[in-house]
Design a protein around this ligand. Structure first.
Ligand code: IMP
Length: 425
């Protein structure tokens, strides 16, 4: 096994950070392939809690090369803050590599993101306001600024002139939020960021990754967000602006599809979502509240309370199909400890008919009702279990059902935030 892709199978926040951290110790390389600092990965090591937004979770292992791939959008100020906070905790960044082709999040991207959200009012997506969408828009419009541009002052100046003129006009005239940008200051700031990260920048990170593949090294592709937030396969338009699905790893890291050996789907034992958009199994009452409190379901990036609900088998099947899952890592099983009954959504009902396929048309999705089966819960705590057999029988039955729905085998079960709270199957 050489290349493993880790993907979120729901709306993000499935606990990918912990799983990546666990697998990273046996890897030679960890690669982030999409998204930016909209992501928040929490890693708990002993007493220390680390929140990573951009730097791959493998950074805690000095022998692991950590790559921020071409598909990622980078806010260099955030990257430098994260670097400082890790160095403050004696974590070396010597093995960090940043693709020179990755796009740069600029101040006007964040302003545009906020202005668009404000104007959308009730229809707002609930973005993280980190400028992710507008940065990807510029990438695809071919106006974007890439990391390599930070080292060519003339090119950067020309791109800034164009972008500042365009964005100021749009933000001030269409969105009616007053902004003004000082070109020389921005030029100075961003060339400064370029210098500060230069030691980590590699011209073509895909060459680095492909060479490692050729040498038979073990590589982990770390997806951010989740399948249902995918721009193509999620609940559009309530999605992020990149491709968190496994296919995104090939584009965002520059590797051929045939290089991928394993796709590990990270599945929370229940479901959460941050921001707006459909969520068929959402529990807005006491059950949702209990899941939120027991699961500490507050965003690692924005601190927003996450919407919570029961496991959704229709979403799971969709994620299984799109990603080609070869295994599952089930997280936060312990949060379900003490629930008398646990529901699993096995289908949706649309206009009186049961459907199994996830409706990609939001209008249809909004007309769907979840069809549940109920399983008995378990009274015992699971957080100390080290082996599958040590789990209560009802917890094992629940996991078996998840695996059946996903049509993939479970390879690990996480029963708490600590590195040690993991059952490997
Ligand atoms: P954006 O990625 O900031 O543009 O936000 C688009 C949508 O994706 C919003 O609903 C966000 O709440 C959601 N989102 C973005 N990143 C994450 C994440 O890491 N976890 C969960 N939701 C996310």
């Amino acid at each position: 096994m050489s290349v493993t892709v880790i993907v979120g199978t729901q709306w993000g926040d499935e606990g990918k950070g912990k799983i990546t951290d666990l697998l990273a110790q046996d890897m030679d390389m960890v690669v982030r392939y999409q998204g930016g600092n909209n992501a928040g990965h929490t890693v708990v090591i002993g007493e220390e809690v680390f929140k990573l937004h951009l730097i791959p979770s493998g950074i805690f292992f000095p022998k692991v090369t950590c790559v921020i791939g071409n598909g990622v959008v980078i806010d260099p100020a955030v990257l430098l803050e994260e670097k400082a906070s890790l160095e403050g905790k004696k974590c070396s960044l010597d093995n960090l590599r940043i693709s020179s082709q990755a796009h740069v999040i600029m101040p006007y991207h964040k302003d545009l993101d906020a202005a668009q959200e404000k104007k959308a009012e009730a229809g707002r997506i609930g973005t993280t306001c980190r400028g992710i969408g507008p940065c990807y828009v510029d990438k695809y419009s071919r106006y974007g600024i890439r990391i390599c541009d930070l080292y060519h002052t003339d090119i950067l100046r020309a791109k800034l002139e164009w972008n500042i003129e365009e964005k100021t006009f749009i933000i001030n005239n269409y969105y009616k939020s007053l902004v003004s940008y000082d070109l020389d200051k921005m030029l100075g700031d961003y060339t400064g960021y370029g210098k500060a990260i230069k030691q980590y920048v590699v011209e073509e990170s895909s060459a680095l990754v492909n060479d490692s593949i050729k040498q038979g090294k073990r590589i982990l592709m770390e997806g951010a967000q989740g399948t249902m937030l995918d721009i193509d396969h999620g609940t559009y338009p309530f999605v992020t602006s990149s491709n968190p699905v496994s296919g995104g790893a090939c584009v965002g890291a520059g590797i051929p599809p045939k290089a991928v050996d394993e796709v590990l789907g990270v599945v929370k034992a229940y479901v959460t979502r941050v921001g707006g958009g459909p969520f068929p199994t959402e529990e807005t009452g006491a059950i949702g509240e209990e899941l939120r409190e027991k699961g500490h379901e507050y965003g690692a990036t924005t601190g927003r309370p996450r919407r919570c609900g029961w496991f959704d088998g229709v979403v799971m099947k969709h994620a299984s199909k799109i990603n080609g899952l070869t295994g599952l890592a089930v997280t936060k099983l312990d949060v379900l400890d003490g629930f008398k009954k646990i529901k699993i959504c096995v289908a949706y009902k649309h206009k009186g008919r049961e459907i199994q396929a996830f409706p990609t048309d939001l209008e249809r999705l909004n007309q769907c009702e979840p069809v549940y089966i109920e399983m008995p819960g378990w009274e015992q705590t699971t957080c100390k279990a080290k082996k599958f057999d040590e789990l209560p029988q009802n917890a094992r039955n629940y996991l078996a059902k998840l695996s059946e729905v996903a049509e993939a085998k479970i390879s690990m079960v996480s029963v708490g935030p600590e590195r040690t709270q993991i059952i490997k199957l």
